[in-house]
Design a protein around this ligand. Structure first.
Ligand SMILES: [Zn+2]
Length: 152
């Protein structure tokens, strides 16, 4: 996964002592946001085993496993939020379309109806994306990924 590779690369730089943008003047910043509050995540290497820990501005702290789970949950929530917004849009479009017809505005009614149908297609696609989405199995081995992993 691209994001994970980026984060691991940052972890490698932490250990290698390379210059990277810092977060709160303490730990290097990543290019990903906190799953809890959307603040910038910094990354540090913990302990003798070199495990990566991610911390945001307000102190939400994540292991690799926690970050993966948090991001998966965040994505599912956002996809469902999009489904809700699109379904609400369909209702609004259909209501306005009926009003337009009653008021003798066929062109407006047609345009609204057409957008409602396209939106229904988007809802169906998004629901199937959600249904087909499978998170990676997060087990102990995933949790043990270390900052040196990218060196191979
Ligand atoms: Zn946070």
């Amino acid at each position: 996964m691209h994001v994970a590779r980026t984060l691991l690369a940052v972890g490698t730089m932490v250990e290698g002592g390379m210059s990277t943008p810092t977060f709160e003047g303490r730990v290097p910043a990543t290019r990903t946001s906190c799953p809890e509050c959307a603040g910038v995540l910094g990354v540090r290497v913990d302990g003798d085993h070199g495990h990566l820990m991610f911390v945001c501005r307000v102190g939400h702290t994540f292991s690799i496993r926690d970050l993966l789970v948090g991001k998966e949950e965040q994505i599912e929530t956002r996809l469902w939020n999009a489904v809700v917004a699109l379904e609400e849009l369909v209702e609004i479009l259909e209501d306005f379309q009926q009003r337009a017809r009653r008021q003798g505005l066929p062109d407006a009614a047609r345009a609204l109806q057409e957008r409602a149908r396209r939106t229904e297609v988007q809802v169906a696609r998004l629901r199937s994306v959600i249904a087909e989405s499978r998170a990676v199995e997060v087990h102990d081995e995933v949790s043990r990924i270390r900052a040196t992993a990218e060196r191979g």
